[in-house]
Design a protein around this ligand. Sequence first.
Ligand SMILES: [Zn+2]
Length: 384
Amino acid sequence: MISNLKKLWFAGLAIWLAFSLQNCTQPSTDKAAAANENTATAPDEFYGPEDFNKVEKFDTHVHFNTADSTFLNQAKKEIFRLLTINVNPAYYPPIEKQRDIAIQLVQAYPERIAFATTISMEGFEEPGWEEKTLAYLKDSFAQGAIAVKVWKNIGMELKDRQGKFVMIDNPKFDPIFDFIRQNNKTLIGHIGEPRNAWLPIEQMTVAGDKNYFSKHPQYHMYLHPEYPSYEAILNSRDHVLQKHPNLRFVGAHLGSLEWSVDELAKRLDKFPNMAVDMAARIPHFQYQAVSDWQKVHDFFIKYQDRLIYATDLEVDNEQQPAQINKNASEVWRKDWQFFTSGEKMKVPKVEKEFNGLKLPREVVDKIYRKNAEKWFLGIAKNKV
Ligand SMILES: [Zn+2]
């Protein structure tokens, strides 16, 4: 009896195991079949994390304040080419020195880096400023500059003899912009600040802005109500685009319209020769994706030809090269995850969770490479 019962028990176990195993294997067989079907109908519609090290990418907004090339090797490893941008904050080396560094790097690593020059505002009201500035640009172009940056000191810092702020639509800039256009170069404009700059620190939407404006109170416009308003500064920028419709313009930092994809869309509709770089403003997309993922996703699909990937990474002698590389690698990979995956994500600069945008491959190719090549002519002259 006992042995018969045992036999029955074993037979039962065998049948149960057979069923269980079948149930286990069944779904994965289905999955495999589905995957095969997908590959057959839509090959490689999306990129995965493993593609990060295979896809050619640009980061079109970095600042090299040293000729140390450690970071360029990191960029090479991670398949990035760079655009280093000269700019004139007081805490940076003089712009001539920045240009020397850039030229040195471009000559040594033409396949890896290009550069944007900038203009000096010294003596803006003195006679000869225009000639001097045009000569500096001519020289910069001859040495390989592919773009020119204007910075937020215009509109937020410099005053004329009457004590009024110099705005970017001041007619004295017109011959400069004409010259840039005639030379088929791109104007990069970091004009204004994130709208958060006009708010008290505790009301700012992302941690990066809270941190920056705590450390740079001179640009925290909430503390300076006598300065031009956010709207006045952006209107002056828009006025330049109206006056120079054929000038190729890249608004740095999402053209200071980082807080609303709707507002940014309006400007992109109005100015067909305007694109924007995303430098240091991706958290603002992520912040908007917390409450309206679909809207941000659809914005990327609609304006896929006007958005250029960039970070604003700084390379100088004060940081350890290993630290710069580690930081860059983390930022680049996290951004890649945001654009390519649909995963739930958390980043230090945004308080709440949001989902990745899971953009199609062709859109990812545009924001990482094709748009850079289109909006910064000559950036890809020296193919890897
Ligand atoms: Zn920058």
